[in-house]
Ligand binder design. Structure first.
Ligand code: UDP
Length: 319
């Protein structure tokens, strides 16, 4: 019998990509989404004999007893706004998805002895003072600022995972995802690669926030999805937090210049105020992922960006 997998946030960037991947492997996929930041167009055309979609909020108490989730074997809990633009516009919903929603998923996992992967974030490190960031680093997070609703909610989600692992031996694994990209990010997502590529292709200003010296490490979506699936697969990852991200770091200005060059765009790079609490540096230490999962990214930024540009060109009908 095929494996029954639940994906929360199935209409989102990562959720929809993962659903397609698992369906191609022959799994039965049940996906839920409340369509706050997810888009139904992301999951249009999936094979409906093996894919069940339910428009549902991950915080709904009805989830626990819903017969559709009976005998679920694997749960990927991805539901949450993830772009600063979206989570700051819905801070309470973001907190709920990661606390109430995570508790619901853990209950479901406990009830059906399912495995659970929870996607936490590199934001758990806040504005890090240790570089690169290993999982053992406890972070430098501000509770009193615009990013706190996301950072602290994800941290609380991790706490709930810890408790279910310790109290009930739930087979839970936590991924701390670093910046992930592909053309699967909506053009208006607000995150940096979708903004820069869209702007470059449209000939609009490329908007660098601050002076562009802040850094990020960008992981192509196929690498991230492979990491999440390995996390689910490996028993050695039960009760562990593991960074999933690309360890190659770029400044935001460097990224803007690369995008401009790759697209052959005549756009001007312009500078704008740096958002409050914007982390200055970010780069994962992936030793743990290498050791436990045998995972590391294989797609260089140059290649991932090229694919992203091509796909966005198609989406925007710019050739
Ligand atoms: N950023 C930028 N221009 C944009 C969007 C983002 O310079 O149009 C910067 C942002 O200030 C941050 C980095 O790019 O330093 C990554 O931002 P993003 O929103 O993609 O994700 P974050 O890592 O901050 O959650």
């Amino acid at each position: 019998m095929e494996k029954k997998v639940l994906i929360t946030g199935v209409a989102g960037f990562l959720g929809s990509h993962l659903a397609k991947d698992l369906l191609a492997e022959g799994c039965l996929v049940i996906g839920i989404d409340n369509l706050y930041s997810g888009k139904i167009t992301n999951i249009n055309g999936l094979p409906y004999d093996r894919f069940i979609y339910k428009e549902m909020d991950v915080c709904s108490q009805k989830l626990i007893t819903d017969p559709d989730f009976k005998n679920v074997q694997e749960i990927y809990h991805l539901a949450s706004p993830a772009s600063p633009k979206y989570y700051q516009a819905a801070p309470f919903e973001t907190i709920n998805a990661n606390t109430v929603g995570t508790k619901n998923m853990l209950e479901l996992a406990k009830r059906h002895q399912a495995k659970l992967v929870y996607t936490s974030t590199s934001e758990a490190y806040g504005d890090p003072e240790v570089h690169p960031q290993p999982e053992s680093y406890r972070g430098n997070v501000n509770t009193w600022g615009p990013r706190a609703c996301y950072d602290e909610a994800k941290r609380m989600g991790e706490v709930l995972c810890y408790l279910y692992f310790k109290e009930y031996q739930t087979k839970v694994k936590v991924a701390r995802l670093f910046n992930t990209y592909s053309a699967g990010l909506a053009n208006d997502d607000g995150r940096v690669i979708s903004n820069f590529v869209t702007q470059a292709l449209k000939g609009e200003d490329i908007t660098v926030y601050g002076n562009g010296t802040q850094t990020r490490s960008f992981c192509y979506v196929t690498d991230t999805i492979r990491g999440l699936k390995l996390l689910m697969e490996k028993d050695e990852a039960n009760g562990e937090i593991i960074n999933i991200g690309n360890p190659v770091e770029y400044s935001i200005l460097e990224l803007a210049e690369r995008v401009k060059k790759l697209t052959g765009s005549e756009s001007t790079i312009t500078f704008h105020p740096l958002p409050e609490d914007d982390p200055n540096v970010r780069r994962p230490d992936i030793q743990k992922a290498k050791k436990i999962l045998g995972w590391q990214p294989v797609t260089a930024l140059e290649d991932g960006l090229r694919l992203t540009v091509m796909e966005y060109q198609k989406k925007l009908s710019i050739y």
